[in-house]
Design a protein around this ligand. Structure first.
Ligand SMILES: [Zn+2]
Ligand SMILES: [Zn+2]
Length: 240
């Protein structure tokens, strides 16, 4: 029996019913999860390759752009997820709908794995979002860095921003793999997956584990969920 079949057996009825309806009503017959994954990956890698190919020899400090953008990306990921993805905000209702009302109902802590390549539609951002991210965020901010700091910093900004986007997409995809997939079984992936699994528990999703890639900002902001020690749980339950 493969992982998907094993996962199917333990899926709660309400999740199975939501998945059925979503697949029937929202996933068209021509949708391909593999094509979706390939578009996101190859599109992102092409932009990163193009941007890096334009970097010319210059001061070593310019390369600090990469870790700086990764830190910034981690904070934006946290704020975007804790904010509009989990709270309905004017003009950003689509984010709330797609994340809280769809992604979190399709995947819960009891049913974190996708069952077929067609379910990838509920894991990755829509392909058009990569184009939006490029055109509305990475390119204008990169151009600003290009003009105000240096051309190299501009290109490195674009490479790092798209790199972060891709890291987010790939890691989130790995969190929703069947648990016996070889990638999901890597020690580091098991650790990150547990972090995301706790977030998918409806009782925790509004309060804990908002980082989807690396839980750095969760750690800084005190929103990392940790299982209660048995003695603390007993004290809370008994009020002693
Ligand atoms: Zn998820
Ligand atoms: Zn969430």
């Amino acid at each position: 029996m493969d992982g998907a079949a094993r996962a199917t057996r333990s899926i709660p009825d309400r999740v199975a019913a939501f998945r059925e309806a979503y697949r029937r009503e929202r996933v068209g017959p021509r949708y391909s999860g593999r094509a979706h994954f390939a578009f996101t990956s190859l599109g992102g890698l092409s932009v990163i390759g193009l941007a890096l190919s334009r970097v010319e020899p210059g001061p070593a400090a310019e390369w600090l752009t990469l870790p700086a953008v990764f830190l910034l990306g981690n904070i934006v990921e946290f704020l975007g997820h804790r904010g509009p993805m989990h709270h309905r905000r004017r003009g950003l209702g689509l984010l709330f709908h797609r994340h809280t009302e769809q992604h979190h109902r399709f995947f819960t802590h009891e049913a974190l794995a996708y069952e077929s390549p067609r379910d990838v539609k509920m894991v990755l951002f829509p392909p058009v979002l990569l184009l939006f991210f490029l055109g509305a965020i990475a390119a204008p901010l990169g151009a600003l860095c290009f003009a105000l700091i240096s051309p190299n910093v501009g290109w490195l900004f674009v490479a790092a921003a798209v790199g972060y986007y891709l890291t987010y997409e790939w890691l989130h995809f790995c969190h929703h793999l069947p648990p016996d997939h070889p990638v999901a079984r890597l020690a580091v992936m098991r650790q990150l997956r547990r972090h995301h699994e706790a977030h998918h528990d409806p009782s925790k999703m509004q309060r804990y584990n908002f980082n989807i890639s690396f839980p750095l900002t969760d750690w800084l902001c005190g929103t990392l969920w940790r299982p209660e020690a048995p003695i603390e749980k007993r004290r809370r339950d008994t009020g002693t």
